[in-house]
Ligand binder design. Structure first.
Ligand SMILES: [Zn+2]
Length: 73
């Protein structure tokens, strides 16, 4: 459950309302079905996706409005 009413972007220093959810997983740290999430505004979506993408962590990018928290594992 997301309890914050206005989730903000996860980028450092950014206080803009988040629009995107980046779902990611670090196979060295997390079970394969586990999803960590970052939030991103329009401006930082690409930057954060690239950061995760080059490491092979990025699994999904979903509009915040369409995001459903996966069931807790
Ligand atoms: Zn941002």
């Amino acid at each position: 459950m997301v309890s914050e009413e206005n989730p903000v972007c996860s980028a450092k220093g950014c206080r803009v309302d988040a629009v995107w959810v980046l779902a990611w997983n670090n196979p060295k740290l997390h079970a394969p079905e586990r999803r960590k999430t970052w939030l991103a505004c329009e401006e930082h979506r690409e930057h954060l996706s690239q950061f995760l993408g080059v490491r092979g962590f990025l699994k999904d990018v979903v509009k915040l409005a369409d995001w459903e928290e996966p069931p807790a594992v």
